[in-house]
Design a protein around this ligand. Sequence first.
Ligand code: ADP
Length: 502
Amino acid sequence: MLESVLVANRGEIALRVIRACRELGIRSVAVYSDADRSAPHVLAADEAYRIGPAPAGESYLRVEGLLEVARRSGAEGVHPGYGFLAERASFADAVVDAGLKFVGPRGWTIQAMGNKTDARHRMMEAGVPVVPGTATPLADAHEAVERAREIGFPVLLKAAAGGGGKGMRVVQAEEEVERAFEGAVREASQAFGDGAVYVEKFLTRPRHVEIQLLGDEHGNIVHLGERECSIQRRHQKLIEEAPSPAMDPELREAMGTAAVQAAQAVDYVGAGTVEFLLDGRDFFFLEMNTRIQVEHPVTELVTGIDLVKWQLRVAGGEALDFAQEDIAFRGHAIECRITSEDPARGFLPATGRIRDVTLPAGPGVRWDGGIVPGLEVGLHYDPLLGKLIAYGPDRAAAIETMRRALDELRIEGVVTCIPFHRRTMEDSDFRAGTFSIQYLEQRPNLLEGELSQEARKAAAVAGALLENERREAFHPRVKEGFRTGTPLSQWQRTAWPWTNGS
Ligand code: ADP
């Protein structure tokens, strides 16, 4: 077992790793930028070191600075979390070269899966079904047109170095290919410093279903079932759940086996995820994420397996102490990503200082967050404030728990996407589980009317307050009852949410 681990990340995932360290008796070392001086992960860790100013390029992404902290603190291992350096092969190699353990797969595995065209090629060789399309970058717009014609429209142009939905273009017809190709190349060059673009079939109504994997250094690889991640905006996930409403044991077995095959092809060690598009009962490899994912808690809740603890154990050389047949699924879990984004404005990132936070609790509720009152939410880092996770014996129960928990959750001082989640939990298609990755595009009603709905609620409460005031003038006892029964501050909180920006 590792004795000490440097957590090369921030926010909720840093806190999540620190908690796992604490339970395993591992000394945790946090790092922070100037913007995070009093962030929760800094206070939670056993030790914390400043690594630079707020911009990530000068702090969380500076490999030398991180390795220097590892040396100074005497950390034995480095956990990269997700984002930042988590999928940079050169970072994994640098950690190992410095004589430390990298909590994740080997550098060459990250490299092999990091480039989408290389990964597609490798998966085809391993017999894993991939989305029909090219396995090499397109030479020019002319080739793009030819390949697109062969595949059949609509097609999707994608950046080989892609991530975060950048450099992607859906193309409906031949005359649009050239412009879309140039746009995709430009965006990919800007975002990744690599303009390589390839083309694949655009599936119109698939689901995004992914398989969680765990591997150890002794050659064991198991899958922990699937996560349904079709509720997305701009190709980025917002709500995830386990199991998928589209799943049955036979399909799970087939997808799980394909995912294990994919992992075996790259000698996978640690926690990883193979993402698929599921179209009817056909599934296609999309990519592999060689790290822990934001949505890992739903898998933990339905399997009872702590993925982050296993990441740490595996990095310390331990073998998995369970086999595929030992993994059982129980109940249903749903995660809502709580971001500082405004659904009414196309999920535009919002900024502000967190004034107050009321966290939900009670049966079936888990909060993985990294916010406290006073924390400044800026544009330096991604907008994820935390994750609200609900668990129940079945999907309907998990939805009810999520609804209740979303009502309890209040974040004041910055606009959040909480109202969007509330409405989604009410939506009949979401509740029926009959949705695809097009879900949000087909439901503008989930994004609009933010203010008007809140305003209606506020008007009703304001009216009630006024009515009470009027009655007080005539019936002093009503006044007393009102004061003791419903504290005014509570009423104000529910009544005028926009005064605190949420
Ligand atoms: P990134 O790495 O940029 O996030 P992914 O390949 O993981 O890109 O795809 C992100 C999302 O984009 C998927 O979850 C899915 O919603 C959509 N997508 C990707 N490829 C296709 C495709 N061939 N057809 C339809 N949708 C796709």
